[in-house]
Design a protein around this ligand. Structure first.
Ligand code: F6R
Length: 247
């Protein structure tokens, strides 16, 4: 695990966008795994800048998003479909047919999830996956539990995740209680992973995840210790509880 501590969020976003850019230049038809939420907004802004100013080309890039709230349609302003179009896709030259986001309105969840897995496999797997981390250690919506699902699945969101994500909704009652998410196996099969965390609200979980040096289903992100090619990029605030830097 390669731990990178940056001075601020701007620098973090530039580093993470730089890794994605290198991958796209190396392989124009890169399969990109994407996250939503507050953490990647700066990365998307930087990738948009790279597209506009440096000609970074997304025309062959394929994307798969980590997750979507169950029950929300793409038109819903709180959906992750809406987030992705409005924070990233509409500003770059990505082809609509190359975009994949879990369907929050699917009638047949099991069929949808297995097709999502097959689609990823047919493109040769995810080349680079961008991840945020929940304050409880979730990645995607793989919440802390006694056992973690391997493939894409429908999951119950924890009380903590519902409370934390209520900031994006008019009231906490509007936050969906379930989501369709890539599983730990889907994420771990990505060839390269970038996890980004910023701000002091992430200091506790980043400290717990990294200081203890153990893998535990109580902190789903700790499974990243088992992956060969992970960059954890944190700003100074999120690094506030780290005891040591890891190699
Ligand atoms: C989002 C996702 C989540 C978020 C996490 C952190 O697609 O899968 O795991 O990355 O909840 O969210 P923010 O960045 O809003 O703190």
């Amino acid at each position: 695990m390669n731990l990178i501590i940056t001075d601020n969020y701007n620098e973090l976003s530039k580093k993470s966008a730089e890794l994605i850019k290198e991958q796209i230049i190396h392989k124009p038809n890169t399969v990109l795994g994407l996250a939503t939420g507050s953490s990647p907004i700066g990365t998307y802004k930087e990738l948009i800048r790279m597209h506009k100013e440096e000609g970074l080309d997304f025309s062959k890039v394929i994307t798969f998003n980590l997750d979507e709230y169950y029950g929300l349609s793409p038109e819903n302003e709180q959906s992750y479909h809406y987030f992705m179009y409005n924070n990233f896709f509409k500003y770059v030259n990505i082809k609509p047919e190359n975009i994949h986001i879990p369907d929050g309105k699917t009638k047949n969840v099991a069929k949808f999830c297995s097709k999502y897995e097959n689609d990823i496999a047919e493109y040769g797997g995810i080349d680079i996956q961008l991840l945020g981390i929940g304050e409880n250690g979730h990645i995607g919506f793989n919440e802390p539990d006694s056992a973690l699902d391997v493939p894409t699945h429908l999951t119950n969101l924890t009380k903590n995740t519902i409370e934390v994500n209520a900031r994006f909704f008019k009231s906490i009652n509007e936050v969906p209680k379930k989501a369709v998410t890539m599983g730990l196996g889907t994420i771990m099969r990505s060839k390269q992973i970038i996890l980004i965390a910023n701000g002091d609200k992430k200091a506790d979980i980043i400290g717990k995840m990294i200081n203890n040096n153990v893998v535990t289903t109580n902190i789903p992100a700790s499974f990243l210790f088992l992956h060969r090619n992970v960059a954890v990029i944190v700003d100074k605030e999120a690094a506030g509880n780290l005891k040591q830097q890891i190699a």
